[in-house]
Design a binder for this molecule. Structure first.
Ligand code: PHE
Length: 448
């Protein structure tokens, strides 16, 4: 049977950018930028993306396309009778656990979206927004409902297939996301006092920068580009032979970075204009922003748009996370697509239950000092993801080999691509070492 494929270049870019653009861009990037002093952090982040992100992304795409297989099958095909395919198992585990925590936050977002369209959110006094957020996250049945909704929407799209599901919906949702962002930017930068927010974002103060922020920037660049967990390998396997992988990667990376910056331009000018703190952390979009919208004319309209935007960004990422394990089960274990998606979604939902409870009845349960939610997040994003990234770079750099990778990237020399030396050094040495540093740092083996 022919493998299902993305039908057009725009479809590939929409799907891959849809995966990359997510809560990481709109929720996490602005708050870690806020915490790390603004523009100087962005500068370092850009360097990480350009040096390491592009190289690893194009490598993952080439692995998938050459092998024409899922994230584990790809390693098996390119290095038969070796144990490398376990890297794919790790990727499946990582994407599965990330999906469990991701769908919880996406569930909060959907709930905020509903309360903003009904106007409920605007009736809450700014001082009570923090307790509103806490009450919501602690309301287990409600969060179960909204995360299940996220999982059902995700499963529905994935079941419809690569071309008729993932590609089709990404092609509709991504343009909506861009238009919404632009409307919100216009609103935000025309507020009185918006300049301070722009200055915070774009005028670097390098004194705020620490070694820790550098590792945080590098770690975030991986997460934001959906690298190290099989997503890009899997999507790569759906790309047609004639497409130019290097130019596709650059477009996806540019879109991801531009959206992260645009999200900053939506959030910070508004935060400064209304005199709030930029370094509020994870609660920035759930507590600070609703207060900001309350002070704005037509605030609840813009608020609904904002949460719609975040919801869309999240769903186009959850579908890519689910696709990793669905393609794994359908290809490695010959399961039917629909069955695999339903089975896996049920598994993700079950896994998310203890994480949801850890904001409510089980908030006292701590494992290694972490709540269950934080533990899942820590294991997947801070341990498994970097290990997956290191193994993938080593595989491409040393095992499959940069010559083979380069052949695939250049379509057997059809596209001239001058960066071979640069590519070779980064994938063989810089990427694995840099990611290893993130791993040491995030597991507290080195302290900065
Ligand atoms: N890149 C997504 C984001 O920035 C998160 C994600 C990670 C999605 C890994 C898929 C796979 O939100």
């Amino acid at each position: 049977m022919e493998r299902d494929k993305f039908s057009s270049k725009f479809g590939v870019i929409a799907a891959a950018a849809g995966s990359a653009i997510g809560l990481g861009n709109i929720w996490k990037f602005p708050y870690i930028t806020g915490k790390n002093g603004g523009a100087a952090f962005i500068f370092v982040y850009l360097i990480c993306i350009i040096l390491v992100g592009t190289v690893v992304m194009v490598s993952e795409l080439s692995l998938g396309r050459r092998a024409q297989a899922n994230s584990s099958g790809a390693f098996k095909k390119l290095k038969p009778s070796s144990k490398w395919y376990y890297t794919g198992y790790l990727a499946v585990a990582t994407s599965f656990i990330i999906l469990a925590t991701y769908s919880i936050i996406a569930g909060w977002v959907l709930s905020y979206f509903c309360s903003s369209i009904t106007g409920k959110l605007t009736t809450i006094a700014p001082d009570n927004l923090a307790s509103y957020f806490e009450t919501l996250t602690g309301n287990t049945p409600m969060v179960l409902f909204f995360s299940l909704l996220v999982i059902i929407i995700t499963a529905f799209i994935v079941i419809s297939g690569v071309q008729n599901g993932i590609e089709k919906y990404s092609k509709i949702l991504m343009p909506i996301l861009f238009v919404t962002l632009i409307i919100l930017i216009i609103r935000s930068v025309t507020l009185d006092g918006a300049e301070k927010g722009l200055e915070f974002l774009f005028k670097p103060d390098f004194s705020q920068l620490t070694a820790q922020s550098v590792l945080e920037a590098l770690g975030h660049s991986f997460y934001s580009l959906s690298l190290g967990m099989g997503v890009i390998i899997t999507y790569g396997s759906y790309i047609k032979k004639e497409e130019n992988l290097a130019s596709l990667s650059l477009k996806v990376i540019a879109a991801d970075t531009i959206v992260a910056l645009m999200a900053g331009v939506v959030i910070f000018p508004a935060v400064f204009a209304y005199g709030f703190e930029p370094g509020a952390g994870p609660s920035l979009i759930f507590i600070t922003l609703p207060a900001v919208f309350q002070g704005m004319p037509f605030g609840s309209f813009f608020e609904s748009l904002f949460f719609l935007l975040v919801g869309i960004a999240a769903i186009t990422s959850t579908i890519s996370l689910l696709e990793v394990s669905v393609s794994f089960l359908t290809e490695e274990f010959h399961m039917d697509r629909k069955k695999a998606a339903i089975f896996l979604s049920a598994g993700v939902f079950l896994l998310s239950i203890p994480a949801i409870l850890s904001f409510g009845a089980w908030s006292g349960v701590k494992i290694f000092g972490l709540s269950i939610f934080d533990l899942f997040d820590y294991i997947s994003s801070y341990i498994f993801l970097p290990i997956g990234g290191i193994l993938t770079s080593i595989f491409v750099g040393w095992v499959w080999g940069t010559k083979n990778a380069f052949k695939e990237i250049s379509n057997d020399g059809l596209y001239s691509f001058k960066g071979y030396k640069f590519y070779n050094i980064i994938i063989k040495y810089i990427a694995p070492i840099a990611i290893f540093m993130i791993l040491l740092y995030s597991t507290n083996i080195i302290k900065l």
